[in-house]
Design a binder for this molecule. Structure first.
Ligand SMILES: NC(=O)c1ccc[n+]([C@@H]2O[C@H](COP(=O)([O-])OP(=O)(O)OC[C@H]3O[C@@H](n4cnc5c(N)ncnc54)[C@H](O)[C@@H]3O)[C@@H](O)[C@H]2O)c1
Length: 347
């Protein structure tokens, strides 16, 4: 339970860069929904780029607070939203937990599993609540895939195919600290596969390539990668990611079962064109960014966080589950480097 009194939730958001600014808008959009439930949702934001924080605050009707997370916590917040770069997550999670407020932190918990474990221990020691931003758990398509799979409608899975394809790479400066393509992008696929199937991923065999900007290779990353993934019941599948999908931002999951098969992300906006005569599906405009593709999911996960702050629901994405996905990403990065299949270290 949190210190928030029913009727008011003051969120503090630290970091209003690419995703933080989106979260600021999403929280602003949630105000009406919570007002209808007699909850006054307010937002204060901070960023080391103070002028930018003031600009975002003005856009969304929030307050800009100087002094980073410490400034927000001193001003008094009921929940802390962390959307800074990955290397700062551990210290900001600790700060929120020590202040006794629930924390929503963008994925991942830390840059590596090794750096995440002391954070998990600290959270447990303080009895803290930390929700990690695996927004696909709030996306309608993934939710429905999970429901159908868990209801037994697909029978047993013979294979799966997960895709995360960005239109173009983020700045190389971001990639240099992102931990690599599997940790930055495919970690969402690893999390959702564990969450949908309820199984552990026990082995990954990864290959990658660099056919785009050579600067990506120079910071030690690949622009495209594929991992053959094995679950603990023997099911096999693939997880692919790229930074160069000109057709659009394409996030899909095919679950192929003994009785039925489904695909998440198959709609008019799917960034594919059929080569079959007379087939004009999908015919819509493809998404260009994760912001478009997952706008609803980001809003839903933040609404869930407000409910966590209010003590109305359990934490939908605890940090140990996020770290389990990060263990798979670590093994995939290791496999890329070794050129061999790697076992996933189970926690
Ligand atoms: N869930 C998703 O789909 C998703 C998508 C993109 C990014 N992310 C995650 O979100 C995080 C941020 O990514 P981004 O692309 O928005 O990065 P970004 O670099 O665009 O933004 C980070 C912001 O944080 C600010 N900042 C950094 N350290 C700070 C500090 N100590 N105090 C206050 N402000 C600070 C920076 O000035 C910047 O404005 C990353 O960890 C990334 O993995 C998640």
């Amino acid at each position: 339970m949190s210190g928030a009194s029913v009727g008011r939730v003051r969120l503090g958001l630290v970091g209003v860069g690419r995703i933080g600014a989106m979260h600021a808008h999403a929280i602003a959009d949630l105000r009406e929904q919570f007002a209808a439930r007699d909850v006054d949702l307010t937002l204060a934001v901070t960023d080391v780029a103070e002028e930018h924080a003031r600009a975002v605050a003005a856009e969304v009707g929030a307050t800009a607070v100087p002094g980073g997370a410490a400034g927000l916590l001193a001003a008094g917040v009921d929940g802390l939203v962390v959307a800074t770069g990955t290397p700062t997550h551990p210290e900001l999670i600790r700060a929120g937990v020590e202040a006794g407020v629930p924390v929503f932190c963008e994925k991942p918990v830390a840059g590596s599993v090794a750096d995440s474990l002391p954070v998990l221990a600290h959270v447990a020691e303080h009895g803290g609540t930390v929700q990690i931003g695996h927004q696909r758990r709030f996306d309608a398509g993934y939710l429905e895939a999970r429901r159908r799979f868990q209801a037994g409608e697909l029978g047993w899975l013979h294979s799966f195919r997960a895709v995360t394809a960005d239109v173009s790479p983020p700045p190389v400066a971001f990639l240099a600290t992102s931990g690599g393509l599997f940790r930055d992008c495919s970690v969402h696929d690893f999390d959702i596969l564990r969450w949908i199937t309820g199984r552990e991923i026990v082995e990954v065999y990864a290959r990658g390539s660099n056919r785009g900007d050579p600067a990506i290779g120079e910071v030690g990353d690949v622009d495209t990668a594929l991992a053959v993934v094995t679950l603990d019941d023997g099911t096999v599948g693939t997880v692919t990611a790229t930074r160069y999908n000109g057709a659009g931002h394409d996030v899909r999951l095919e679950l192929s079962g003994s009785d039925a098969s489904v695909m998440v992300g198959l709609d008019e906006a799917t960034a594919l064109r059929s080569t079959e005569p007379g087939v004009d599906f999908p015919a819509g405009t493809a998404h260009r960014t994760f912001a478009e593709r997952f706008a609803g999911a980001y809003r839903n996960e933040l609404a869930a966080f407000v409910e966590v702050v209010l003590g109305e629901r359990d934490n939908p994405c605890p940090p140990d589950e996020a770290v389990a996905a990060s263990r798979v990403a670590d093994a995939a990065q290791a496999s890329l480097a070794s050129g061999r299949p790697e076992r996933v270290e189970l926690g």
